[in-house]
Structures are given as structure tokens and as C-alpha cells.
Design a binder for this molecule. Structure first.
Ligand code: SF4
Length: 63
């Protein structure tokens, strides 16, 4: 799987990097950035949950 952030949609709400700091962090621009682009196992599941929970639908996951 591959995780990316659509920076045109992300509002920097902090939900993803608060919930899954192993995969997401706040970038210098205040928006989310991806630390692990191809997470596996538990982290993959957490990344998917974060994508589902993102209020801006800015987390894109491709299998
Ligand atoms: S949850 Fe969505 S809108 Fe919020 S910081 Fe993460 S990617 Fe951006």
C-alpha cells in the first residue's frame, strides 16, 4: 500500500498525527506529512483508520 496526503485538502487539524504518529507528522507548513509511505501490518491498519477519520478526506491510500 502507499500513503499520500493531498496538501490541497489537508487543513492541519492534527487528528492523523495525534492518532498515528508512527506514520504521520506535522510538516513545516503546518500540514500533515507522511513518515512511512508503505506501512505494513498494524501500521497499515492504523493508516487506513486515519484515512477514514480524516475530516478533509486528504489521506489517500492505494493498495
Ligand atoms: S487528519 Fe486529515 S486534515 Fe487533519 S492533519 Fe491529517 S491529513 Fe490533514
Amino acid at each position: 500500500m502507499k500513503v499520500t496526503i493531498d496538501a490541497t485538502l489537508c487543513t492541519g487539524c492534527s487528528l492523523c498525527f495525534s492518532d498515528v504518529p508512527e506514520v504521520f507528522a506535522m510538516g513545516d507548513d503546518g500540514l500533515a506529512k507522511v513518515l512511512v509511505e508503505s506501512p505494513a501490518g498494524d501500521l497499515a491498519a492504523k493508516a487506513k483508520d486515519a484515512a477514514t477519520g480524516c475530516p478533509a478526506e486528504a489521506i489517500i491510500i492505494k493498495d
